[in-house]
Every structure is written in C-alpha cells, then in structure tokens.
Ligand binder design. Sequence first.
Ligand code: GLN
Length: 452
Amino acid sequence: MIKLRDALNLGNDEIQEIKKQIIQKAKDSKLNAYIIDEDSLQIKDNRIPILIKDNINVKGWEITCGSKILKGYKSPYNAGVIDNLLNNNLAPFGRANMDEFAMGSTSESSIYGATKNPKDISRVPGGSSGGSAAAVAGGIAIAALGSDTGGSIRQPAGYCGCVGLKPTYGSVSRYGLIAYSSSLDVIGPITQDVSDCAILFDCIKGYDKRDSTSNPNTPKESIFNNLNEKRKFRIGILKEAIKNANIEIQEAYFNLIELIKKLGHSVKEVDMMDTNYHISSYYITSMAEASSNLARFDGVRYGNRSKDIRNLKDLYIKTRSDGFGDEVKRRILIGNFVLSSGYCDAYYLKAQKVRDYICFQYSEIFKDIDIILSPIAPNVAPKLGDKISPLEMYLSDIYTIGVNLAGIPSISIPVATNKENLPIGMQLIGNHFNEQILFDFALNLENNLKGV
Ligand code: GLN
C-alpha cells in the first residue's frame, strides 16, 4: 500500500482509485479488519482515506464501539480528530473493528466477530485497536486511528508489525471519542512506518477547547518537518522487569540494546517498582471510570433498545443485559464495587495513590535519561480462541499500562521477528510532550533495522 507521505502528492483521480481498491480489498479480505458499511466507505471525497476505529465519532456514520448496545446509533457530529483530519486534506474512510468498548487485548470480543492477524491468520492481531493495526499491516489501509487506554495502539501495532503512537495525555482531543476510561484514553496514529506516524500525529494533535482535559501547552511545531535521526540520546533499559517477557522477546530486547550502543547512544539500567502494581492500579482505575462512563447506555438516548419493556427499570435492565458482552459487564460490576461506599478507600483511593507513585517514579527516571526502552508485550501474538482467563489477559498488559497511568507518550516499532516469522515490537517511552525525541530515535532505529 502507498505510504501516507506519498499519497499526499497524488491527484484526485489517483485517490479515487485507491479508495475503490481499498473497498474491494476490504470486502475480499479474511482479516475482518473493516466493519463494512456504505456510509463509511464513500468515494466521492478527494481527500486521503484514513481508517477510523469504531469508537471515534464521524458525522453520519453508525458508530458502535464493536457493541450490540450501540447498533443503530448514527453519530450527529465529528470528533475533534476528525475535524483536524479534514483540515489537513485527510478524510475518515472505513470503520475499524475493535474489542467491545476498547476493553481487551485480542480484538475477539467485537459483535462483528474476531479480527485476524495479517502475518498469520490463525492468530489475533492484538487489541483493542486490532482492526486498525491489521488493516495497516495487511495492506488495506494507508494509515489508521486507534485509541490507547492501556496499550491498545502499541500492542496491536507490535503484534502486526507496524508503527503506533500513544501520544501524551491531553495532546490529542478526546472530544468525540466514546469514553472507556477518561483519565487514561488517548487517540493516536497507527501507520506503516515512523515518518508516516509523525505526519498523522502532526495532523491530529493540538488543543481543543471542547475537551476539558485537552492541554493548551501541546507543542505546535511539526514533528515530521523537524525529524532528525542524528541526535544521540540517553536510553534507560529495564533490569528486573524484562524478566516478565518470554525468552524470544528478551533476546530481541538485548540484540536491540547492542544496536543502540553501536549507533552511539548511551545506555543505563533503570528500575521501576514491581510492574505488577501497574496492573492493579490500572484495572481498578479503568474499571471504576468505565462503570461510570458506560452508565449512559441505558436504552434511552443511544442506539439499541430492548423490546417488550414494561417500565423504566425494565428498560435499563433488559437493554443493558442484552446489549453488553461478558467482559464489559464484568468491568461494570467490578467498577461499581471498587467505587461503592465501604470499599472506595480500600480500592479506588489506594489505586490513585499507587498511580501517583508511578508518576513520581517516571519523573525521577526522566531526570537523567531521555527514553525508556521496553517490550510491548511478554509474548508474540497468541492464537485466536486461546482460552485464557480474564486475569491472564490483564497480566499481559504489564508493559504498556504504566505509560497511560503517567500520561506520558510511547511509540511502538517493529524490531525483529521470531522463528515463526511473527513480528516482535518494542516501545520507546518518553517524558510528557517529548514526542519529537521519540520520533527522532525511532527513525534512527528504523533506518538501521532495515532488512531485519
Ligand atoms: N487491554 C487493556 C484493557 O483491556 C487496554 C485496552 C485499551 O488500551 N483500550 O483495558
């Protein structure tokens, strides 16, 4: 598929042609990355098509978060990022499949069925932005938007072998992103390479007064125009935490460190608190916020409403019992529990204290290093239908969620493949608003990993 930076030079006819090809390929594809419908796949617009995760509002499209409860909801407005795309000669094109309400790590829980990994269709693409990553890596999208609450951009990008950025919290508008966990959610790009990722991030970032957590200090300068792969950085490497990864991920990690040294960057060991605490703090916080955010889906205002309703309570119970899937229900229940009086101090408040401590640790680390090098996941993409418990699934987020708790940016890039030719990705984590540093370093690695 053509790169985003090359597509920017195409004429109208060529863009129309690419759109037709994308529609055909998406329909023929076995990946189930697109949620095929007419409204989202119109070719009349002459702007460059960008695939949009099904939790970002686009005016006139059905937006469902991969859930039955939102079937039939037609968005009356554009999200902030969609306005920004349109102002930059890009346009939303196609809905990307996802885990229901962005809760998950495999993209198997969608009402539209599981998405598959383009590198091996017996495997998952990761999640929750699995449709976005599978389409980009599978050659059926130029670039895509995803959302990352606890790894949902970086992990599928890593499993599929493409590039994904989880931006600094507040640097990309959440206006029009259907909230999962408001203090953690951020929209970001999933692309074929590092330069395209910089271009798409430049297009979507920026302050938006319609989002109360949007940050007016977000740097306005173009990252793409300032890319400089010659800069040398101080890289922090994990000592204890790396042991949570399997042996092939560890090998790829240590090989990459050798390359980083050869390229002239300095390397220093860093230590965090036991990253298992990241999991506890993240899942309590995200479920608490989800239980509150998802309370609005009650059959009154949005999407689906169950039939045979006798009274108001009946409407809520039937619509929600019927409309939400198992994982979403589990999280609403746990979220309500940790917020309930009597348990709030023991769980929710404790999780906030741990979160504060995690932020403090990162700020200490960034006093004398520029970037932390970390795996994305402890393993490569698992098989579809692998029966693991919800707890095991939560544990697989061990490397990604600290970044969301601290609101800092991280870019994931493919760095190696394992014996079965499956992609292995690594993430580069920086301090708030240091995306330029991440892109410069990522480009340096990408250029020196060519052919790996
Ligand atoms: N796997 C994590 C979760 O289920 C992350 C999801 C996300 O980033 N949206 O919460």
